[in-house]
Design a binder for this molecule. Sequence first.
Ligand code: BJW
Ligand code: ZN
Length: 249
Amino acid sequence: MIPPEAVRAVRDAPSVVVLTGAGVSAESGVPTFRDAARGLWAKYDPTRLATPEAFEADPELVSRWYDWRRERVAACAPNPGHHASAEMERWLTSMRRGFTLLTQNVDRLHHAAGSRAIVELHGSIWIWRCLGCGTEREDRSMPFAEYPPRCADCGGIRRPGVVWFGEALPHAALDAAERAMRGCGIFLSVGTSSLVYPAAGYARQAHARGIPTLEINAEPTPISPMVTWSIQGKSGEVLPELLRLAMEA
Ligand code: BJW
Ligand code: ZN
């Protein structure tokens, strides 16, 4: 199921870049982004809620949605896909080879699994930023006492520290991703629909530079015809197997 050439490419690459998306957290029970409005939220379109315009129009509604998602994520633990990614990092760094995890996920389950070199492209639902004084704080308390939550310092409205459609990604994250891409020897795209840019552009960038690309996803995506190897399957099964084979090779 995993092409031996892909295994060898992971084993031999001087540096590995892994891009993850919501599919990696799906086996932990975290709904994928496009599935992140269920139950009471079923009548809403996540791509419309995750916008600055939606927050401006109705900050209470949008912060209640994030609080609902925070509660769901808080009940979830990392799965074998997260653990394999952390293990791959430990294995490669022990051999003084490069490893960077670019994640679009906002749930911090990669952190919980022990990954270290993480670039959060789309921020985190655990960070809240005050629109009054700009303070950013991790806040895992829930439910919030009020919606939208307010800043303890200045009383301003706090918004989730995530990147919404139409917003620029954090400079530091973009710089770190660019650095990782410069030294990338193999690029892995895991559990992402590859629809959202700029993240979806990294696989294309790698391909254009002749770097081997490997996709692991439950279903075909727009990058599937382009990548060197496209494996259809669950990240929690394929990633651990890929790691096992590469370590044994
Ligand atoms: C499994 C599985 C299992 C299930 N195993 N797999 C170029 C072209 C066209 C448009 C644009 C472009 N450049 C920019 C844009 C606009 C826009 C964009 O990309 N739009 C597209 C929809 C067309 N991009 C932006 O607006 C970005 N900003 C930007 O470019 O700014 C420019 C700028 C510069 C300077 C000043 C100002 C502006 C920002 C994008 C931010 C995205 N944010 C979100 C929300 C985060 C907060 C939140 O979660 O609420 O990030 S949107 C959402 O999509 C979320 C995700 O991180 C992201 C990616 O989704 P992901 O992870 O791929 O999830 P899914 O659900 O789509 O897919 C999961 C996949 O897993 C599926 O395929 C399943 O099959 C699979 N799966 N189980 C393996 N077990
Ligand atoms: Zn404040």
